[in-house]
Design a protein around this ligand. Structure first.
Ligand SMILES: Nc1ncnc2c1ncn2[C@@H]1O[C@H](COP(=O)(O)OP(=O)(O)OP(=O)(O)O)[C@@H](O)[C@H]1O
Length: 244
């Protein structure tokens, strides 16, 4: 089975606001897919609908051939999710949180290796609440990878990370992708998207305005740099130029 994530005609509104309209895409095994768009474009809503943590109005979704709502338990073992801070208790140490997380999975990977890879092995005994923003972000990526998942969802992948840490994260994810991991990520950094993503879709106010490869995105725009093309698709390039 090649299509690891399949989204068909996904729509979601909050009252009168259409957050996502008729969105369809597929993500193939061992590839990274970037869900892109400005603040409020509908990226997080899409991820939550795919994972079944938010009800969608219309559409059909499958992950690893399963329905995320009906097959939650089966999927749980094979899907990694980068959660945000609010999901963790305050007074737990980094090592303890990794240990507890590992205990939930049959195929958990060695978290000490991950802590080392992501450069926070020395923080194992530190309280999670005492980590810096970037260290927390690294920890949350580690927690998503502990299950040794087949597919991982990474929302705002490297927000808050310093330049070195971002490159380390890219390197690790590329390695995992080469080993067959499927990645769906959101990011506001187009350099990162160019390094990692095989395919992207760009959302504008919940509507799909581009779906394909980065090369095709550039070719379909008047620009020759991806970031310029991206801003053109999102209709933000004028506002951007005014600020220069
Ligand atoms: N629970 C909610 N109730 C009402 N409106 C919401 C809710 N969650 C999101 N929205 C609205 O839906 C739209 C899409 O939001 P969403 O969080 O999916 O965007 P996003 O692309 O992830 O943005 P960001 O890049 O800022 O994280 C926005 O206009 C937002 O204000």
């Amino acid at each position: 089975m090649d299509d690891i994530i399949k989204v068909e005609n996904l729509s979601k509104s909050y009252g009168q606001l259409k957050a996502v309209t008729n969105l369809s895409f597929t993500v193939k095994k061992g590839t990274a897919f970037g869900l892109l768009g400005a603040n409020g474009a509908g990226k997080s809503t899409t991820i939550e609908c795919i994972l079944g943590t938010k009800p969608m109005e219309n559409g059909a979704v499958s992950i690893l051939g399963l329905n995320p709502k009906a097959n939650r338990k089966e999927l749980f073992q094979n899907v990694g999710i980068q959660f945000q801070e609010a999901n963790y208790q305050e007074n737990i140490r980094v090592g303890e949180l990794c240990e507890v997380t590992s205990s939930l999975y049959k195929n958990a990977t060695d978290y000490l290796t991950l802590l080392k890879k992501f450069g926070i092995a020395d923080k194992s005994r530190t309280l999670v609440k005492e980590l810096s923003g970037g260290q927390k972000q690294r920890l949350f990526i580690i927690l998503a990878l502990i299950p040794n998942p087949e597919v991982v969802f990474l929302d705002e992948l490297t927000t808050g990370l310093d330049a070195r840490a971002r490159r380390d994260v890219w390197h690790i994810l590329k390695e995992l992708k080469d080993q067959g991991l499927t990645i769906l990520l959101t990011s506001h950094f187009m350099d990162e998207v160019e390094v990692l993503c095989d395919e992207i879709c760009i959302l504008r106010k919940g509507n799909l305005v581009f779906y394909g490869t980065i090369e095709d995105a550039i070719a379909g725009s008047p620009y020759d740099k991806f970031e310029d093309a991206y801003l053109w698709y999102t209709h933000e390039e004028a506002a951007e130029n005014e600020n220069i």
